[in-house]
Design a protein around this ligand. Structure first.
Ligand code: BGC
Length: 367
């Protein structure tokens, strides 16, 4: 079958004819890939900065944001049948009996680091015509959501972190109303994070680099999140214009912009880091002033990665709500669809550069 393959040793990326995967256990499902979203992690993998092939393989099939169609189910599979559309989760548990997270069904909190991630770490991903997966890692997609369900995985990042923010804010001795939020970065994770925050009632501002007008600003404002450019508005001015945020949701993966924006966080606020920087980014900051702010203002800085079963279910429900509330809002996040042969050019921005989310299609996409 056709698959995209990244060869880290040879520093090569090409479309190959990979072995067709087969069911090997009665709980497995064979899926025909329809769409794969590309993101910053794929860019790092393509630049050989991140990602590891499965043991014994000289290549890694990338792709972790996926929508596919069930073509075959094992005898013990319940709840899925041929023709159903599904979204797979990314991370699989480590093998260690001592890992409380993995043993409790939460590899997203794995403490050993020996988890695997499809398309990223020691397991092939979904940028291939077919893949096989255990039914436990697949989420059924209702037909109405097919056009946008490739956005499920990046939305799970917001689902997990906002669930954590809610728990953290339960520390406050009163019930805080939905307050103000600032989203840093206007890529797919930022845009979907803004929608999730808006849905929870936060007055949400998107704060990103490029000055208006641009497509990212238009997408944010179309769903009711004002957009401000960090080139034009300082963090202090942001607070003057939008008020001090109770939540800052970082989706840039850049250290300098993030720590600068941290200055804007309000009393008792939570700053959520979701981005993974690709390169070293030395910066100087007044550490004492930062510590003073965190302590005197009861602030929490939270890092979050990956997502659990329940976050995928929540994301699929939210996609339905977002569609009803903002018709066309999700669709406009998908800038373009491309064939697998263009994977490398799309990921590195040589093709279709700009826009928000680029998607690779297999087998006719969602149609
Ligand atoms: C993926 C996560 C993954 C993380 C670290 C992100 O791009 O969305 O599922 O855990 O990279 O590898």
């Amino acid at each position: 079958m056709k698959a995209v393959a990244v060869f880290p040793k040879q520093r090569e990326v090409r479309v190959i004819d990979a072995p067709e995967p087969r069911l090997q256990a009665p709980t497995q499902v064979k899926v025909r890939t329809r769409e794969v979203g590309v993101c910053g992690t794929d860019k790092d993998i393509l630049q050989f900065l991140y990602g590891t092939p499965p043991p014994g393989s000289e290549y890694l099939i990338p792709g972790h944001e996926c929508l596919g169609e069930v073509v075959e189910v094992g005898d013990a599979v319940r709840g899925l049948q041929r023709g159903d559309f599904v979204v797979p989760r990314v991370r699989r548990p480590c093998p260690h009996a001592t890992c409380p997270a993995c043993r409790h069904g939460h590899p997203d909190f794995c403490v050993t680091g020996d988890y695997t991630e499809r398309g990223i770490k020691e397991a092939h991903g979904f940028c291939a015509e077919h893949f096989v997966e255990d039914v436990a890692y697949l989420h059924r997609v209702t037909p109405e959501l097919r056009e946008v369900a490739v956005l499920t995985e990046p939305l799970t990042i917001a689902e997990k972190s906002l669930r954590e923010v809610k728990r953290i804010q339960e520390r406050l001795p009163w019930k805080p109303g939905p307050g103000r939020a600032v989203v840093l970065g206007a890529g797919p994770v930022g845009q979907l994070g803004a929608m999730a925050l808006l849905r929870q009632g936060y007055a949400t501002t998107v704060y990103s680099r490029s000055p208006k007008p641009n497509v990212k600003a238009e997408a944010a404002e179309a769903v009711g999140a004002p957009y401000l450019s960090s080139k034009e508005v300082s963090p202090e001015e942001l607070v003057r214009q939008a008020g001090a945020p109770d939540v800052i949701y970082e989706a840039t993966g850049t250290a300098k912009a993030s720590f600068e924006a941290l200055r804007a966080l309000g009393h008792n606020g939570v700053f959520v880091f979701t981005g993974l920087p690709s390169h070293a980014e030395p910066l100087s900051l007044d550490g004492a002033a930062l510590l003073k702010q965190l302590v005197l203002e009861n602030q929490v800085v939270l890092g979050t990665v990956n997502a659990a079963d329940s976050d995928f279910e929540a994301a699929l429900e939210d996609l339905g709500r977002f569609r009803a509330r903002w018709p066309g809002g999700l669709e406009r996040l998908i800038t373009a669809r491309h064939p697998p042969e263009d994977f490398a050019d799309v990921v590195t921005g040589r093709k279709g550069g700009g826009g928000i989310k680029h998607v690779i299609t297999f087998g006719g996409g969602t149609r």
